[in-house]
Design a binder for this molecule. Structure first.
Ligand code: CMP
Length: 130
């Protein structure tokens, strides 16, 4: 698992001690095209990094974004402690690394690089969705 994490930019720069801690809890999940991971309005307890494949981000009836390899999603409900602001549907068969809310918050608190990357992305996404 550590080698897998090192191959993904989101985790790649983390020191081995952090990678070891994350590798104990991170889970790899596989979903086929068409699978709905969660829906707008659901409570959120996990965030996801795409190892391969792609997903659609859907608000109302509209596909507002497509995210592929190395992108992440599901962070906004965890940051805001609110509901999912979009539905996520798998577009092409996907391998996803899944982090719990606690692990995600721990990562933000202990890794400025990840905290910066996530906060920039959240601001961009909020602005796009206005
Ligand atoms: P969350 O609100 O937890 O669940 C839906 C996810 O869709 C959200 O987190 C973001 O990860 C993602 N998302 C929302 N808006 C956008 C956007 N404009 N571009 C890319 N991803 C988005």
């Amino acid at each position: 698992m550590i080698q897998i994490l090192k191959s993904i930019p989101f985790f790649a720069h983390l020191p081995d001690v952090d990678l070891e801690a994350i590798s104990k809890n991170v889970v790899m999940e596989y979903y086929p095209a068409g699978h709905v991971l969660f829906s707008e309005g659901d409570p959120g307890d996990k965030m996801y990094v795409i190892k391969s494949g792609s997903v659609e981000v859907i608000r109302g009836q509209a596909v507002i974004a497509e995210l592929g390899t190395d992108r992440f999603f599901g962070e906004m409900a965890l940051v805001s402690d609110g509901p999912r602001n979009a539905t996520i549907k798998v577009k092409t068969d996907a391998e996803l690394l899944v982090l719990t809310k606690d692990d995600f918050h721990h990562l933000l608190q202990t890794n400025p690089t990840i905290a910066t990357m996530v906060s920039y992305e959240v601001v961009k996404r909020v602005n796009q969705n206005d």
